[in-house]
Design a protein around this ligand. Structure first.
Ligand code: UFG
Length: 334
């Protein structure tokens, strides 16, 4: 049994590969290295550089009869970029997922785990959001993922194919052992940006929006440590191997929110650096608050979070950034 990990050279995918290898699973990685890094790949893990939308690549990879599960991470992930380039997001996240799912059916792949997102909920109007809450995505990013959820639901109903959809809330932190972390250039995600600023890689950072209807006026998100997110995938993989369920959806989150100001405060406190934060208007596509109900994952899949602390998430992100920026010094335009 081999697990194919698409996007295995990326931030979350590389953590998945480490965790699968840690428990002795066979893994193959498919990644086009458009944002992933070769340095995050393990030399002993078979790696194919290629596009998940390319049928020839997919047919070659999936002709390995030992592959019976696909965990699909490869995607574009920046909400404001999706507002500026919706067609690029629908191509990468939706059209190419269709190619991948089709290839899975063609090759008799029976299990599929999909990285979906809290962005499918959009402005829900009530919190915490349950898997059964009404979906009202407000960005092309959220819609690009929601369409894939539907494709998987319908494919699972029509074929011998089981799909698990995991809706990630805000994934942060890094491998506690320092083997991987967020490594992309020109980062836009809050904790990565704040950590880079604390370490002097940026002269300052910008806080987008202080007039939201939240207690301190800044957006609230449900941050989850990447290692806990990966643990959810391992529970999900075990579930798919044992369960007769054809299709299921779970939120991946702790069920607790932190505001942008609380995150910045944590980064300042843990780094010991009082860096400059400029204030700007709201960023396109940002909902004021998204907090999950994460109980179903615990109840149904036996998931137990181990890194459920904002300060720990920040500490691991700082630890990785120090190591990573020493390996790859670069200056960032802010
Ligand atoms: N923010 C800043 N300054 C920055 C970066 C971010 O103020 O330099 C703010 C944003 O405006 C937002 C909050 O920090 O209010 C979080 O923004 P991120 O860019 O870190 O994350 P998003 O909430 O936009 O999106 C992330 C993932 C999506 C996922 C979503 C779910 O990128 O894949 O979380 O909530 F869908």
């Amino acid at each position: 049994m081999t697990v194919l990990v698409t996007g295995g050279a990326g931030y979350i995918g590389s953590h998945m590969v480490l965790a699968l290898r840690d428990r002795g699973e066979q893994v193959t990685v498919l990644d086009d290295l458009s944002t992933g890094l070769q340095s995050l790949l393990l030399p002993e893990v078979p790696f194919v550089q290629g596009d998940i939308g390319d049928d020839a690549v997919l047919d070659a990879v999936l002709s390995d009869p030992s592959i019976d599960t696909v965990i699909h991470f490869a995607a574009r992930i920046v909400v404001p970029d999706s507002v500026a380039d919706p067609l690029g997001y629908y191509l990468n996240n939706t059209v190419k997922a269709h190619r991948l799912i089709s290839a899975c059916v063609r090759h008799g792949i029976k299990r599929f785990i999909f990285s979906s997102t809290a962005a499918v909920y959009g402005e829900t109007g009530s919190e915490p959001v349950l898997e059964s809450s009404t979906l009202n995505p407000i960005s092309p990013y959220g819609r690009s993922k929601w369409m894939v959820e539907w494709m998987l639901r319908d494919t699972a109903a029509a074929h011998d194919f089981k799909a698990l959809v995991l809706r990630y809330f805000n994934v942060v932190g890094a491998d506690p052992q320092g083997r991987s972390g967020q490594s992309g250039r020109n980062a836009t995600h809050l904790i990565k940006v704040a950590v880079e600023t604390a370490l002097g890689l940026r002269p300052h950072m910008t806080l987008f929006g202080t007039d939201y209807p939240t207690p301190d006026g800044t957006c609230i998100r449900d941050y989850i440590h990447v290692s806990d997110l990966i643990a959810a995938h391992l529970c999900g993989l075990d579930h798919l191997r044992q369960s007769p369920d054809g299709f299921s959806v779970y939120n991946c989150a702790y069920g607790r929110g932190a505001s942008v100001l609380e995150v910045i405060d944590s980064v300042k406190r843990i780094s010991g650096v009082d860096f400059t934060v400029l204030q700007a208007g709201r960023r396109a596509g940002d909902p004021a608050s998204i907090i999950a109900d994460g109980q179903a994952l615990r109840r149904d899949l036996g998931w137990q979070p181990r890194h459920d602390s904002l300060d720990e998430m920040v500490r691991h992100a700082l630890q990785w950034e120090r190591k990573h920026s020493n390996l790859q010094p670069y200056s960032i335009q802010s």
